[in-house]
Design a binder for this molecule. Structure first.
Ligand code: ATP
Length: 334
């Protein structure tokens, strides 16, 4: 059990409206990721769901029950924060047990739950250590363990990996994906990291200035972004946008082409230009081409590709991979 419904949720801080009427239905067992630029309201919306922030209008419903008037502890949720929020004077075990003790869960049940969560997250060896004696990744696993033992109907994650270095971030991301598979739990997860959103989510919610721009499966957003905002936000490197005559030739106000959907050739392509800069990442090569008709275009090639600044090149978009947008920025029918 763990469905979540948001109905017309608004949140103002004084005169500033941080959440501008959000409607969203999340099914039991779904992994939903909120993404969007800094300040778009991701954390505020998550905190409203948790009950840490009181919303100004609308309803939050968990498992069919309106929880607007309930404090966080009574909502059947568990939250994992970016900063771990562990109690420094308690051991890892103490941190995991605390909420259960406060709820009056029986000792034998507490032990069983901590043992199971520890096995799941490979925490067995760490239980007697205090937070100061743990690495950042270990602390976050304890914080996740503390959420797991509560057996909530809904897990809320607020940028749980942002304080970890790149390698640990990948490992912990895989842990969270595995945990979701094992527990079949409902998870709402906030991140500004595209890779996390694309790899973890069943559905991604793209937020912008307190409103939803699009909700969909990761590949749906990548293949058919509903508007210019989503097109520019999902995908890295960013989609190329072309306006003017070069877009009008395709019947669009703005034409979008992803860097991986541009073909580079010596001559005979759609647009002619000159290579201005090349970046070798090992796995990929990014080539920046100055094209008089379109402006600079980014091209993504494989890691072995050779290109040199100053080279005259010709570019063609892959025919069925073009994104056309109208004057209002909305996607035009394919
Ligand atoms: P980030 O990715 O930078 O964490 P976010 O999308 O999570 O951003 P929020 O933290 O939800 O953004 O903030 C949304 C907006 O609400 C921001 O403009 C922020 O300045 C504003 N805001 C958040 N909390 C408060 C508050 N307590 N008082 C006034 N304004 C606030």
């Amino acid at each position: 059990m763990g469905s979540l419904k948001l109905k017309g949720v608004r949140k103002s801080f004084g005169k500033f409206e941080a959440i501008k009427g959000v409607d969203l239905d999340i099914a039991d067992g779904e992994f939903v990721v909120f993404v969007g630029p800094s300040g778009c309201g991701k954390s505020t919306l998550l905190r409203v769901i948790a009950g840490l922030e009181e919303h100004s209008e609308g309803n939050v419903e968990i498992d069919g029950r309106i929880v607007d008037a309930l404090p966080p502890a009574k909502r059947g949720i568990a939250m994992v924060f970016q900063t771990y929020a562990l109690y420094p004077h308690l051991s890892a075990r103490g941190n995991m047990e605390l909420a259960l003790k406060q709820e009056g869960v029986a000792r034998s049940d507490i032990d069983a739950r901590v043992t199971e969560a520890s096995r799941m997250l490979a925490l067995d060896q760490l239980l007697d250590r205090r937070p100061a004696e743990l690495s950042g990744g270990q602390r976050q696993r304890i914080a996740i363990g503390r959420a797991v033992v509560r057996q909530p109907s809904l897990f809320l994650f607020d940028e749980p990996l942002s304080n970890l270095d790149a390698g640990l971030r990948v490992n912990t991301r895989l842990e969270i994906a595995r945990l979701h598979r094992l527990l079949k739990a409902t998870i709402v997860y906030v991140t500004h990291d595209q890779v996390e959103a694309m790899t973890l989510a069943d559905r991604i919610v793209v937020l912008n200035q307190g409103a939803i721009e699009q909700v969909g499966a990761p590949l749906e957003l990548y293949r058919r972004p509903a508007n210019l905002f989503v097109a520019g936000f999902i995908g890295s490197p960013r989609m190329n946008f072309v306006q003017g005559a070069a877009a009008a030739a395709y019947g669009a106000q703005t034409l979008g082409v992803r860097p991986e959907h541009l073909r580079l050739m010596g001559t005979g392509g759609t647009w002619q230009g000159e290579v201005s800069h090349v970046e070798h990442l090992g796995s990929d090569t990014f080539v920046y081409v100055d094209v008089p008709q379109t402006g600079t275009l980014t091209v993504r090639l494989d890691g072995e590709a050779v290109a040199a600044p100053g080279a005259k090149v010709s570019l063609s978009p892959v025919a069925n991979q073009l994104h056309r947008f109208g004057p209002d920025g909305q996607r035009l029918a394919d």
